[in-house]
Each structure stands twice: as C-alpha cells, then as structure tokens.
Design a protein around this ligand. Structure first.
Ligand SMILES: *[C@@H]1O[C@H](CO)[C@@H](O)[C@H](O)[C@H]1NC(C)=O
Ligand SMILES: *[C@@H]1O[C@H](CO)[C@@H](O)[C@H](O)[C@H]1NC(C)=O
Ligand SMILES: *[C@@H]1O[C@H](CO)[C@@H](O)[C@H](O)[C@H]1NC(C)=O
Ligand SMILES: *[C@@H]1O[C@H](CO)[C@@H](O)[C@H](O)[C@H]1NC(C)=O
Ligand SMILES: *[C@@H]1O[C@H](CO)[C@@H](O)[C@H](O)[C@H]1NC(C)=O
Length: 506
C-alpha cells in the first residue's frame, strides 16, 4: 500500500443503506430505510482544482505529488467524534490521530482537518494497553490499541468495541488510515474493521465493492457488503487472490495474476508488451500504479516520455489525454481498458502538466488509483477473489449481497457497448507471444497516436523510485476546503502527495 495525500477539495460521500440483491436483477430492487446488509458511500467530487496561483508554485509542487486519494469518515466513540481516514486496500489496520506537527505546510493543515479522536471524551473508549509500530513505505505510526464504538457517517450502523490504533507518534502521515485488507487470522490477530462489519451483521458477507469513478463522471461508490450494478456491464470475472505463501512478498494482500499489458492507440492497432505477465496487487492507497522497470520504461517510451524525472515520474504530453487510446490490463476473463486520460496524472496548472500514472518499482508491483478508476472491483474476503469488470456508470443501485455465491449471478446493468470483455482486439492481444514485441514500431509518441516529436530514449535506464525516506515538501498555497459539509468519504483531488509504497511491518 502506498499512500498519497491530499489537498484540495472535494468530495463528500453520504452513506446510506443498500437495497437487496436477493433477486439479483437490479430492476427488482427495493430500497428500504432499515435494510441492513450493506452500507454504501456515494462519492461527490468537486471539480474545483484551480489551486495554483503561479507557474512557479506548480513546478514546486510537481515533485513527490499525486492527485487523488480517498477518505472515509468514521465517527468514533460516545458521543461520536468524526475522523477522516484514508481508505487503503493495501493494509489491514485502522488507526487515527496522526501527529500533524511532524509534517509541515499544507500537509499539516490538511492533517488537522482530518480530525483527532480524543479518547478521554468517549465514555466507551477502552485502552487495551498494547502498542505497535505500523511502518509504511513512507510514514509510520506508533499506536496504542483501543476499542470503541464506530459508526459510519449518515448510517445508523454502529459497530461495538472495534479495535483500532490511536497514534502516540507518527511520521509523514497526514491522516489516519483505514486498512481494508485481510483481518483476523490472516493479517491481524484481532477482528479488523471489515471483520467487524460482518461479525456484527452490518453486512451479510465479508466483501465490499470499490468503484472510484472516472475523472469525467467524478462520482464513485464504495459498498460494504454489496454491489452497485449501475457501475458496470455484464458479469464479473472472478480472479483468485494469490495466497500470501505464494505471493511475491509473502504478505496477504489482494494479489492477482495479470496476464499482459497492451497498448491500444486510437488507430485501434494494439500491441502487447513483452514480459508483461506478472502478479500484482490492488492498492487503493497508492495514487500511482507501480510496474517493473522494463515494462514501465516500454510504456513510457510509447507515450513519448523523456525518461523519468528526479522523482521517478514520466512527464507526458497532455494532448494525449484527449485521445481515444487505452492501456489494457488483461486478466483471466476480463481486460480493463484504461483510457489515456484516466491513466494520466494531470496537474491543473496553466498550462496543465501531465505525467504517466505508472511508475517503475523493483519492490512493489501494484495497481493504484490510476488503474482503479477504470475498474469495478469487488473484494471478496470469503472466497478470496477479486471480482472484476470494466467500470461504467449508468446511475446508482447499491444492493446488499445475502450470499457471496450470488456474485456469480450478479449482472451489471449498464450498456454493453463499452464492455471491455467484448473487445476483440484485447482478446487478440492476450494471445500474442512475447517475441512479437520485437516487431514493434520504434518507440515514439506516434505509437500512442500523437505526431512524433522525435524518437526518445530514456536518458536514465533506471528510474529512481521514491524512497521511504522521502519527506513531503510543502505546497505554498492554502489547502482549500477539503471537508466542506458533512460527509462520509472524501475524494481529495489535490496535487499534493506523499508517494509511498506500503510495507506493513507485521
Ligand atoms: C516509535 O517507537 C519506536 C520504538 O519504540 C521508536 O524507535 C520510534 O522512534 C517511535 N517513532 C516515533 C515517530 O516516535
Ligand atoms: C448476526 O446474525 C446471526 C444470524 O442472524 C445471529 O446468530 C448473530 O447473533 C448476529 N450477531 C450479532 C452480533 O448481532
Ligand atoms: C474509441 O475507440 C473505440 C474502439 O477502439 C470506438 O468504439 C469508439 O467509438 C471510439 N470513441 C471515439 C470517441 O472515437
Ligand atoms: C522479451 O523478454 C525476454 C525475457 O523476459 C527477453 O529475453 C527478450 O529479449 C525481450 N524482448 C524484447 C523485444 O524486449
Ligand atoms: C522529492 O523527493 C526526493 C526524494 O525522494 C527529494 O530528493 C526531492 O528533493 C523531492 N523533491 C521536491 C521538490 O521536494
């Protein structure tokens, strides 16, 4: 897991109870005020990213930054105290109370807005006494475990005696983190937040749906215990999660096998990347997607990037984001076609500056937000699978799952014209042998549909990945209003960031 932070405004979610998926066809779904089984959090996304006051300021902020992160609001204690935490599929534990004095500038301002939980003001808070140090790629927190009541904003669901960490110290952390990975018996020795949703019957299955939403639609949803059939088309492909023992790092993350990565430029002539079959994990806590160096460099060359900058980012021509091309991630039974625009990290400066949303890493191979915006994914912690489809958007119909087996019958109700699995070119691509890569055209921007500006070669063959010791820099402008209104989840579209890869020290 990695994470990224903040700034800039934006989004709110209002959690609601879900309908049932019993009859499975969404047309028959009823909405009931007191229908337990799932809690959904629609994301409302502000477009106000006009944040930079000068080109210089933008330049300063380009380094070590990313542009999206997702926050959920939890209400902890009695009476409830609202706290925002970053949603992170790449870690396992919930903790709050970052030390905002350990960071500076806008990061600190943002940090303060995420809120603090005062254990002394909660009549139900119980200290367990035990402590732990949680270590992330960048950032760490020393916590003391507590249990307390947790509710989701806007929902009457109240979880009793949930165990979580209250930080006594932290470094390079702008908010607490809600790890929504595996819990008791797998990654933790106590029931984590996801475990408790199921154990306390707020959900009927230990599963949740994450549909971040596209940049254009600017709306997404997370459904604990259910699905939203208005966010995809057709059936979901079931991808087995690779057990920790067989995974590259031995950690029980959401590892799956990816069959290939290919490029489909606007002219529709796809090519597959050599050696692009790899295990990787789903990590909503990472703004960027991290792939092996050779693969990343090959993709970056196709985008006409001039090699990674000092921070490991590949700058690309923003005109690419207007083109009808995709980078296609093939899995068994489904190919997620990520439009250039979604893949790009766009900084709303004047003029805009764009980066490839993929970075090179020897340590981690993961699908971050630059991939996840184009996917609809159900994280099934019961049968250990990711149920995946191309993200689409045709409304909102969150619904509870009574049984995890129902997922096989769930059908997305969006139009089928954009369904990735109907795309013949991506199917063809999957079968292309690696050797064919040798016949690829010379790597120039024309490969992705732009007029070539001359061939490029990465000046540095080994991009420097951001290191765990990176200290976030300080943007000079104010943080804007991140948490206007009430809320449940905040989709912070900003420009700041701490890029970090996650490494939970167990
Ligand atoms: C966390 O605890 C460890 C071990 O006690 C200590 O070395 C470290 O300095 C602490 N971290 C912070 C940020 O205080
Ligand atoms: C959850 O529901 C099951 C079956 O309906 C019941 O046996 C169990 O006691 C419930 N648990 C809680 C914490 O309410
Ligand atoms: C984009 O390309 C796909 C097929 O490659 C095509 O179906 C679609 O109509 C194109 N969209 C636009 C806006 O050109
Ligand atoms: C493809 O990858 C294989 C090993 O993974 C390598 O031997 C071969 O040279 C590569 N081909 C090209 C065109 O990069
Ligand atoms: C970005 O992070 C690197 C370390 O990873 C650091 O050397 C560099 O100064 C940072 N850049 C800025 C502009 O803060």
């Amino acid at each position: 897991m990695a994470f990224s932070f903040l700034l800039l405004p934006t989004v709110l979610l209002i959690p609601l109870f879900c309908r049932h998926v019993t009859a499975l066809q969404a047309t028959a779904l009823r909405q009931t005020a007191h229908d337990p089984g799932c809690v959904h959090l629609p994301v409302i996304h502000s477009t106000n990213v006009n944040y930079f006051s000068s080109k210089r300021a933008v330049q300063l902020q380009l380094a070590n930054r990313s542009d999206v992160a997702y926050y959920a609001q939890l209400s902890i204690g009695t009476p409830p105290q609202p706290v925002f935490v970053q949603l992170d599929t790449g870690s396992f534990e919930l903790w709050v109370n970052p030390d905002c004095t350990s960071i500076t500038g806008a990061d600190a301002a943002f940090c303060e807005r995420t809120g603090q939980f005062d254990t002394k003001k909660s009549s139900t808070a119980i200290s367990l006494g035990a402590t732990k140090t949680l270590q992330y790629g960048i950032g760490s927190a020393n916590i003391t475990y507590f249990t307390d009541t947790i509710t989701l904003a806007g929902s009457s669901a109240a979880l009793q005696a949930v165990q979580f960490g209250v930080a006594t110290a932290s470094q390079d952390a702008s908010s607490g983190i809600l790890g929504i990975g595996y819990g008791k018996g797998i990654a933790t020795n106590y029931p984590n937040f996801i475990d408790q949703l199921r154990a306390q019957n707020v959900t009927r299955v230990k599963a949740y749906t994450l549909a971040l939403g596209s940049k254009d639609v600017e709306e997404g949803v997370i459904v604990f215990g259910g699905v939203d059939t208005s966010k995809f088309a057709g059936k979901l492909a079931k991808l087995p999660i690779i057990p920790a023992a067989q995974s590259p790092d031995g950690v029980p993350r959401f590892w799956v096998e990816m069959q290939s990565v290919s490029m489909t430029p606007p002219n529709g002539v796809s090519h597959v990347y050599n050696a692009s079959s790899t295990p990787l994990f789903f990590d909503s806590g990472s703004t960027m997607t991290l792939l092996p160096p050779d693969l990343t460099n090959a993709i970056a060359r196709d985008f006409g990037a001039q090699g990674p900058d000092a921070n490991g980012f590949f700058r690309i021509d923003c005109a690419l984001t207007t083109l009808n091309g995709t980078v296609d991630f093939a899995f068994d039974g489904v190919t997620i076609k990520v439009p250039y625009k979604e893949l790009a990290r766009e900084v709303a400066s004047s003029p805009p500056v764009c980066f490839l949303g993929i970075m090179s890493s020897d340590r981690f191979t993961l699908l971050g937000d630059t991939f996840l915006r184009s996917a609809y994914a159900v994280f099934d912690l019961e049968t250990n699978a990711i149920w995946l489809s191309q993200a689409e958007n045709c409304g909102s119909s969150p619904a509870a799952l009574n049984n995890i087996q129902d997922l096989a019958a769930v059908t997305g109700k969006c139009g089928v014209t954009e369904a990735a699995d109907k795309d013949t070119s991506s199917t063809a691509v999957s079968s292309v042998a690696p050797e064919s890569a040798e016949a690829l055209p010379a790597p120039t921007a024309s490969t992705v549909g732009l007029a070539a500006t001359g061939t490029t070669s990465p000046g540095r063959t080994t991009p420097t990945a951001p290191t765990a010791s990176t200290t976030p820099t300080t943007p000079s402008s104010s943080a804007g209003s991140c948490f206007r209104g009430q809320a449940g989840i905040v989709w912070v579209v900003g420009v700041m960031m701490l890029l970090h890869m996650l490494k939970l020290v167990l």
